[in-house]
Design a binder for this molecule. Structure first.
Ligand code: C2E
Ligand code: MG
Ligand code: MG
Length: 628
């Protein structure tokens, strides 16, 4: 090679080297300019620079004032040495004294909220390993006072020629106030203010996601459960709205103990809650959760000074590829819940398509019930009650039982409309009407006298806790002229349970007017025995469940025997209901049961059908003839 050629080659190599160095220098300068905060930190701290004498000492000096004035802290993290530096604003933000040293990644990371640490690590790893030059992250940091700040980080990533991240630098901002405003707005839009649970809007969104997830990965099925508190309206009426709210809060908390951590609990409105159970493959899994809900509700809720017993009706819609939308799932689960309610509440029902028909039926029944009294469709029937003492079967009174002569559906028993009337509150006008009818009929059947038959009227929870009840009863007596001693009111243990204090006051007021109080369905509810001496109860009616099983279950037989003995020892009158067989009647007689009622002696009768019974002592044969 010629000398010239050698010279040219050397010059080329030198210029390539110079060029490479120049490019490296240029890149370093660029990064420095972009990530200048470390310099700024030093400059900001420079003693000779007063705020009133802005002098530019270097190319980065123009940043000094903005950095001082900024609300944001500046930081510079050398990833190679793992050294981090912060501007003085950082210490202020964290509530640290000016001389406290915070320049370590451990110190910073130690402040990150434990719940955010994993995400922060993922953010850093992902952003530095990538090729981008922008960095951002947001997480909670502990302030010196112990409270949590929401800090937003943004910055640039400085990389070497191979793309490896060397430094990350930028600013950190305390976004707590802004976040809490956003959070507040979000909470208001998506969370229920009373219970703090997701509201209907968020529940629908979560359900949509569950549907989409199941569509993507077919195996992750879900179940939608609608949980409705039984007779919540009467809790509200009885305890007042403030306590009603407390019932809802306590209920929501209880509900949370029945589900797994990943499951959703939301409040759809009023006393209706929604559960979205994840990964449910068999109906039995939803059944288990529903059973658990019933179980956790067994213990009464502590609400203000009261113990409140609640139960729930639960409807489940299992995942079904044919159901497309979130509202459809909720509607189906609601239908199943309504079925559970109609069947008596405190139970769980899984949705089936035929329930849609049932829902239409219920809606039209509710509509018709509103006008039933005005149209003269309601009736009160009377089931005679007889004395069983010695060998006689003497009529002593009647139980008033409501019937509805529906123009299309025919004669309906209370089981078909009383639960609906209780749920909707229509039981109050219906019960008032029945009470008036019963008093009027009794007076028409027989004038007042010590031996004239009495009438027993069933009282629902809402009526007992209605402050107007005493007045309503007085009005019915006054309008009919019926002697108060000929009227008995039947209450069940569960009716009293709502609020014993209110029940006691009302029952005492009624008792003091001479009205008899009878405890109905004795043995089927809660705390039976304790009520007997706490409340002014004069009679007990043994539930027909026990009477009907006396011949097949020694347990039932013994229960009936002990209730009869108990009533006698407390000088209470006892009525056995549901007597269907001669054997039962004679057993009851032997036990010394005073009064009996049942199909063996007579079915419930229309008022006019009772006349033949009132001609003095009714012979057993005549009674049976009427009954058949
Ligand atoms: P209840 O108060 O326990 O009434 C007794 C029920 O047992 C009546 O049913 C009666 O027909 C039935 N029964 C009587 N003897 C026998 C028997 O030997 N065998 C069988 N299998 N059943 C017998 P009903 O009339 O269908 O009433 C059902 C329930 O509806 C009543 O139970 C009561 O809780 C409620 N109810 C009826 N009328 C009213 C009312 O005016 N107001 C309120 N709040 N509830 C009412
Ligand atoms: Mg009754
Ligand atoms: Mg009964």
């Amino acid at each position: 090679m010629s000398t010239l050629a050698q010279l040219l080659a050397v010059a080329l190599v030198v210029s390539v080297i110079v060029l490479m160095r120049l490019r490296a220098r240029l890149r370093a300068l660029e990064s420095q300019a972009a990530a200048n905060p470390a310099a700024v930190e030093e400059l900001v701290a420079a003693p000779d620079l007063g705020a009133g004498t802005p002098r530019h000492r270097s190319s980065g000096e123009w940043l000094i004032l903005p950095a001082r004035g900024a609300q944001e802290a500046l930081w510079d993290w050398d990833l190679v040495d793992d050294r981090i530096r912060f501007s003085s604003r950082w210490r202020e933000m964290l509530g640290l004294a000016a001389n406290e040293i915070v320049a370590s990644t451990e110190e910073w990371f130690g402040r990150v909220h434990p719940g955010d640490r994993a995400q922060v690590q993922v953010d850093i790893a992902a952003q530095t390993a990538g090729l981008g030059i922008r960095f951002s992250s947001e997480h909670r940091l502990r302030h010196e006072s112990g409270r949590w700040l929401m800090v937003q980080w943004s910055g640039v990533i400085v990389r070497d020629a191979s793309g490896r991240a060397l430094r990350v630098a930028g600013s950190a901002r305390d976004a707590t106030a802004q976040r809490s405003v956003e959070e507040q707005a979000r909470r208001e839009a998506f969370y229920d203010a009373l219970t703090g649970l997701p509201n209907r809007a968020l529940a629908l969104d979560l359900l949509r996601r569950a549907i989409a997830r199941t569509r993507r990965h077919g195996e992750r099925r879900f179940a939608t459960l609608v949980v409705d508190i039984d007779r919540f309206m009467s809790h509200n009426d009885v305890l007042g709205h403030g306590a009603g709210d407390e019932v809802l809060k306590a209920f929501a908390k209880r509900l949370a103990t029945a589900v797994r951590p990943g499951d959703v609990i939301a409040r759809l409105g009023n006393d209706v809650f929604l559960l979205i159970l994840d990964a449910v493959h068999e109906p039995s899994e939803a059944e288990r959760v529903a059973d658990r809900v019933q179980l956790v509700l067994r213990e009464p809720l502590q609400v203000l000074a009261h113990e409140v017993s609640v139960s729930a009706s639960i409807g489940t819609a299992l995942h079904d590829p044919a159901v497309e939308s979130a509202p459809d799932y909720i509607r189906n689960a609601e239908l199943a819940m309504q079925t559970a309610k109609t069947d008596g509440g405190s139970r769980h029902v899984i949705y089936q398509p035929k329930m849609r028909e049932g829902a239409r039926h219920r809606a039209s029944l509710e509509h018709d019930l509103r006008t039933a009294i005005a149209r003269g469709e309601m009736m009160v029937w009377y089931q005679p009650v007889f004395s069983a003492r010695n060998d006689e079967t003497r009529l002593v009174g009647f139980e008033a039982l409501m019937r509805w002569a529906h123009p299309q559906r025919g004669l309906l028993g209370p089981g078909e409309f009383i639960p609906l009337a209780e749920e909707t509150g229509m039981i109050v006008p219906l019960g008032t009407w029945a009470l008036g009818e019963a008093c009027r009929h009794m007076m028409a059947l027989a004038p007042n006298s010590p031996t004239a038959p009495w009438v027993s009227v069933n009282i629902a929870a809402r009526q007992l806790h209605d402050p107007a009840l005493v007045e309503i009863v007085e009005r019915a007596l006054a309008a009919s002229g019926l002697d108060a001693r000929r009227l008995r009111l039947e209450v069940t243990e569960n009716v009293i349970l709502h609020d014993e204090d209110v029940a006691r006051t009302t029952l005492q007021a009624l008792r003091s007017r001479g009205i008899g109080i009878l405890m109905d369905d004795f043995g089927t509810g809660h705390a039976s025995l304790s009520y007997l001496h706490r409340l002014p109860i004069g009679s007990i009616k043994i539930d027909r469940y026990f009477v009907g099983r006396m011949d097949v279950s020694t347990e039932c037989l013994e229960i009936v025997r002990s209730v009869v003995a108990l009533a006698r020892s407390l000088s209470m009158d006892v009525v056995a209901e549901g007597v269907e067989q001669e054997a039962q009647l004679s057993q009851l007689r032997e036990m010394g049961c005073e009064h009996v009622q049942g199909f063996l002696l007579s079915h419930p009768l229309r008022a006019d059908e009772t006349y033949p019974l009132l001609g003095g002592v009714a012979p057993g044969a005549a009674i049976t003839a009427i009954a058949s």
